[in-house]
Ligand binder design. Structure first.
Ligand code: HDD
Length: 741
């Protein structure tokens, strides 16, 4: 210790201060505590000012003052502790070390697949229709169960873009009274592989090449097509990816599928086999490939934003959960379709989807990391009345998910994280381990015991325990690495899917294959995939081969004789218009009444009008611009209304059709021209009000399908209510006739 201590302020000399004396203050000032912030209002708000309803203490934000992780209040978090103002930083600075060290460890390993996602809270309400086939309480009439859903892309890393051509994850955690049930599905009803042992292979093939880590979030590369053309059981799932299903318009407009066949156990113990389907109330809707490409640049968070905005606006996304039900027979087959083969679907025309209940997503997460990132799903999380089958893909998944959470969430206690915590009471006898937050009592975490009074007890049969169904195994079963002969059919359902699509959808499939294979460097891979396409459909193979400048090779096998399933097409139905976004493009002179009528009319119809003006700020009357010409993007719109003329503004974007704008100063602003032309090209309805018709004339769109000129704002609303339930103006998509029936 230094012999010379600094004097204690306010004391006469070098003496020990008395503990009884009040703490001395400088210059006679009384200590003044800063006023505590008012916490009487909503606990937390989202970026747009909506209350999230989250409890501050639960968010580890219970103190109005900045503290250390140990609750010590801090006076300064802007300067490190230094030896003098210009001196080196001291190792003693605990606050600096704690702050930097915690930051250093802010990231956890991203999911090996499904890394990029978006989550939402909601509720599932049972219809009571399943009472005879399953004892699961979650389906009881009007029973409400909280849920958390995470949607995801499969291939891209956490920072990739939402509109990648990819499968989408659709994972639902039901916090039931009888324990947590996870339905971990996709937006495609079949999977790439039949056996879990192939999962590392398909993922390694689809992920970026290991030498340069290129390309990100895409299947358009050699290793992917190398694998799927060799391992042809992947062909069925792959054709779904190449269809419009691979580029959804929104998470709200995706179907979801449990993929595997599960087993329901009725109250009397009888069993049936089921396949789960989520049906979106808004219908299945996708974007065009050009829209996907543009969107990934304009707004890489398109799907995340769409989900969060819809929930915040009160347009709660909804899905009906249903099942196809099959007899639990010894063969586990239905009309020749192997129910244990996850590369096969059962057409709805053969087995209708029977509704069990409805899910409404009604709250956004308060914290992305705590909820959407840390949520951990596991297909092995089942409740009494729902059991697994011998699907070899499902069997492997029962191991994989628990295992992955150990490294992703840093130990075995991730079920204690708030988002993963069951809502049913827990007494599991699992103890200790990394990040243990429970303080267990008692001395006997073993069974049987007498020291803790025998607790916890096993559940008697009448207490609704989980019972593994005593499924008989084959009498003559031998240990074998192999599969059933029915698993050898790799092409018939890929063909069934292709034949079920409308002509426009088939054209999109052909274009997607052409694009992806053109990105492969190896011609042998392209030719091998063409052989697979020839086994699916000769016209498809020829169209793609022509696009690649190749000859069609011999088919891998003769195309099968199959019956199409019209239910698999996205086209030809109509859907509610709730939450659809309509761009109201206005020029410098807009009629206040027409604009007001349009805004009100679209709101009344449950749609979302977005006013797009030459610049930000007030437009007319009460109406304020939500987008300027500079920031508006056609891809976020489902339809466009042009209210009045839109001459070029002086700040028209550089380089964007600038010559046309310069040559013809009275024509259309080039940014409006781009927006309207794109919307037209993407088969969206375009309506002009009054002088807006000049825009359609200038762009040469007048008289084409789904393009209309009307008198007023109210008439524009009426027209779009007619046009939009079909999602797009399908007849406007060009087709070649080569893939028509
Ligand atoms: Fe998987 C994540 C869906 C087969 C191994 N899978 C994951 C997620 C979804 C699916 C939606 C993201 C969950 C989340 O949001 O956290 N997976 C499927 C479907 C499959 C499937 C529908 C087939 C029908 N998966 C599958 C197999 C294996 C895995 C065969 C391994 C043998 N899946 C995983 C995983 C992940 C995962 C590596 C990564 C992160 C996680 O589990 O929690 O364990």
């Amino acid at each position: 210790m230094s012999a010379k201590q600094p004097p204690i302020p306010g004391t006469p000399g070098p003496q020990t201060p008395s503990l009884e004396e009040p703490t001395p203050q400088t210059a006679g000032e009384a200590p003044v505590a800063p006023a505590a912030p008012d916490q009487s209002g909503p606990a937390t708000v989202s970026p747009t000012g909506q209350a999230t309803g989250a409890d501050q203490a639960a968010m580890a934000q219970g103190c109005p003052y900045l503290t250390t992780a140990h609750g010590v209040r801090l006076a300064d978090s802007d300067h490190s502790l230094k030896a003098g103002r210009r001196g080196p930083t001291l190792l003693q600075d605990h606050h600096l070390r704690e702050k930097i060290s915690h930051f250093d460890h802010e990231r956890i390993p991203e999911r090996v697949v499904h890394a990029r996602g978006a989550g939402a809270h909601g509720v599932f309400r049972g219809y009571g229709t399943a009472a005879k086939i399953t004892q699961a309480g979650v389906f009881a009439k009007d029973k409400e169960t909280p849920v958390f859903v995470r949607f995801s892309t499969v291939l891209g890393s956490r920072g990739s873009a939402d509109l990648a051509r990819d499968t989408r994850g659709f994972a639902t955690k039901f916090y039931t009274d009888e324990g947590t049930w996870d339905l971990v599905g996709n937006n495609i009803p079949v999977f790439f592989i039949q056996d879990a042992i192939k999962f590392p292979d398909v993922v390694h093939a689809a992920k970026p090449h290991p030498d340069r880590e290129i390309p990100q979030a895409q299947s358009a590369h050699d290793t992917f097509w190398d694998f799927v053309s060799l391992h042809t059981e992947a062909q069925h799932h792959t054709i779904w990816n190449m269809s419009d299903r691979g580029i959804p318009r929104s998470y709200r407009t995706m179907e979801g599928f449990g993929v595997h066949t599960f087993r329901f156990i009725a109250p009397d113990g009888t069993t049936s086999l089921v396949k789960f389907h989520w049906k979106p109330v808004l219908g299945v809707h996708s974007v065009t490939w050009e829209e996907a490409l543009v969107t990934n640049g304009e707004d890489p968070d398109f799907h995340r934003r769409d989900l969060a905005d819809a929930i915040e606006a009160g347009a709660f996304p909804e899905w009906e959960l249903g099942v196809q039900v099959f007899e639990d027979n010894e063969e586990q087959m239905f009309q020749g379709i192997d129910l244990l083969d996850p590369t096969k679907l059962v057409p709805e025309e053969l087995a209708p989807v029977q509704p069990l209940g409805r899910m409404t997503l009604n709250a956004n997460p308060s914290n992305y990391f705590a909820e959407t990132e840390q949520v951990a799903f596991n297909p092995a999380n089942l409740v009494p009345g729902i059991d697994v089958t011998n699907d070899p893909l499902l069997q492997g998944r029962l191991f994989s998910y628990l295992d992955t959470q150990l490294s992703r969430l840093g130990g075995p206690n991730w079920t204690q994280l708030p988002i993963n915590r069951p809502h049913a009471p827990v007494n599991d006898m699992l103890r200790d381990g990394m990040h243990q937050t429970a303080v267990h009592r008692g001395v006997a975490p073993y069974r049987p015991n007498s020291l803790d009074g025998g607790m916890p007890f096993e559940t008697p049969a009448d207490g609704r325990p989980f019972i593994d169904h005593p499924q008989p195994i084959e009498a003559s079963a031998e240990k074998v690495r192999g599969h059933a002969a029915s698993f050898d059919d790799h092409f018939s359902q890929a063909r069934l899917f292709f034949l079920s699509l409308s002509e426009v959808e088939r054209e999109h499939v052909a274009q997607a294959y052409t694009f992806e294979l053109a990105k492969c460097y190896e011609e042998t891979i392209r030719v091998r995939q063409l052989r697979a396409l020839a086994a699916i459909d000769a016209r498809l193979a020829k169209t793609v081969a022509d696009g690649l400048g190749l000859e069609v090779p011999e088919p891998a096998e003769a195309p099968a004789d199959v019956q199409p399933s019209p239910a698999l097409s996205q086209i030809g139905k109509t859907w509610p218009v709730d939450g659809r976004q309509v761009g109201l493009v206005v020029g410098p002179q807009v009629d206040e009444k027409e604009l007001g009528d349009a805004v009100q009319g679209f709101h009344d119809a449950g749609m979302v009008p977005l006013v797009i003006a030459p610049k930000g700020g007030p437009v007319a009357g009460e109406v304020v611009a939500q987008r300027a010409y500079l920031t508006a993007a056609s891809v976020e719109l489902d339809a466009v209304v042009v209210l009045g003329a839109t001459p070029p503004a002086p700040d028209a974007r550089h380089g964007l059709d600038a010559k046309a704008a310069a040559d013809d100063r009275d024509a259309v602003d080039p940014r409006v021209a781009k927006l309207v032309q794109e919307a037209w090209r993407h088969a969206k309805a375009v309506v002009a009000v009054g002088e807006g018709a000049t825009v359609l004339d200038e762009l040469g769109l007048t008289g084409t399908p789904g393009v209309l000129a009307v008198d007023g704002g109210a008439a524009a609303v009426a027209q779009l209510k007619e046009l939009m339930p079909a999602h797009r103006v399908w007849e406007r998509f060009p087709t070649t006739g080569r893939l028509a029936d």
